[in-house]
Design a protein around this ligand. Structure first.
Ligand code: SF4
Length: 319
């Protein structure tokens, strides 16, 4: 929804980025995007326009190019490789504006780029606009990448781990800037991250992803205080606690995500799950709904599973 943030969390290799790239149709011409539905309802001048992204056959055709920029936009993980080294940063930001606003003069686009640079706190924008990416630090480069993504006032912005490549102090500044611009432009945001601290401070809703599937979803309080999937709990347990003593060993989830070329039968988390039952290795768990916003795919909460030997605090029944 406009002005709201959905966070997609999960460890590296669980499919977060590939899902986002599929929505944007950045997966390359040989990739097959299969979905029950990828719908996007754009509000243009108060009118809702419905797009079905899966029906757009050419990922780089004119329909998709028209959507990227004013409707959907993306901030990538690595600012170092997101910018073209041989073009001035100002020209890279202005490109989207000139592409989507036929008849816009270059001088007008330059003014808008300068305005965006000022909003993003890029010092000496009149001078920096004509610099090349190698003349910028990592944090400044990411500001330019954000400018490219936001210059056409998109309705939905996808931020794919926008601060992973930056150091911690810069990370906080970048997240703050994204939040301010989101509020000002009233954009919807999907934030992909494995940093649960960031999620707690910016997200409205959370989806937890494992092996290419959403295994639990809920609003922020539900996920942080009443999570129901063992994988979500493992992610939360892996975060250092501010009150823990230095004698406590930090929890670490054993194993790695499965090979998705040959995914395991049943629940993909079963090989790593300490609560796994026989049924988990045979059949994928159905969805259990706990509230209007929280649901999870796990056999622990299904009355058909034999949970007699498992800890009670792990089991929750549907409402
Ligand atoms: Fe663990 Fe079974 Fe739940 Fe999968 S379905 S997370 S293996 S308890």
């Amino acid at each position: 929804k406009r002005g709201k943030t959905l966070a997609v969390v999960g460890e590296s290799g669980c499919g977060k980025s590939v899902t986002m790239n599929s929505i944007m149709r950045f997966t390359g011409k040989n990739a097959i995007v299969k979905a029950d539905s990828i719908q996007y309802n754009a509000l243009h001048d108060g009118k809702v326009t419905e797009y079905h992204l899966e029906s757009i056959t050419k990922p780089n055709g004119p329909e998709m190019r028209a959507l990227r920029g004013p409707d959907l936009s993306m901030v990538f993980q690595d600012p170092m490789s997101s910018l073209n080294p041989v073009y001035k940063v100002g020209d890279q930001v202005a490109e989207g504006l000139l592409q989507h606003n036929k008849g816009m003069k270059k001088a007008e686009a330059r003014e808008k780029v300068l305005e965006m640079f000022r909003k993003l706190g890029i010092p000496d924008p009149e001078e920096r606009i004509d610099c090349y990416p190698h003349q910028f630090s990592g944090g400044m480069k990411q500001r330019v990448v954000i400018a490219i993504a936001m210059i056409c006032n998109p309705e939905l912005i996808i931020c794919d781990e926008p601060t992973t490549a930056l150091d911690v102090t810069i990370q906080a500044q970048i997240m703050e800037l994204i939040g301010e611009l989101q509020k000002e432009l009233d954009m919807a945001m999907i934030l992909v991250t494995h940093d649960l601290g960031v999620v707690a401070s910016v997200a409205d809703k959370i989806q937890v992803m494992y092996a290419g599937k959403i295994v639990e979803r809920g609003d922020v309080r539900e996920i942080f205080y009443q999570s129901t999937h063992p994988y979500t709990r493992a992610l939360l347990d892996s975060v250092p606690k501010i009150h823990s003593t230095n004698k406590e060993t930090l929890y670490s989830l054993k194993g790695t995500p499965p090979d998705l070329i040959n995914p395991p039968v049943g629940c993909s988390f079963a090989p790593r799950c300490e609560y796994g039952m026989n049924i988990c290795r045979k059949k994928y768990p159905e969805l259990t709904k706990f509230s209007d916003t929280q649901e999870c795919n796990c056999w622990l909460h299904d009355p058909r599973a034999d949970v007699s030997n498992l800890p009670e605090n792990m089991i929750r029944r549907r409402q």
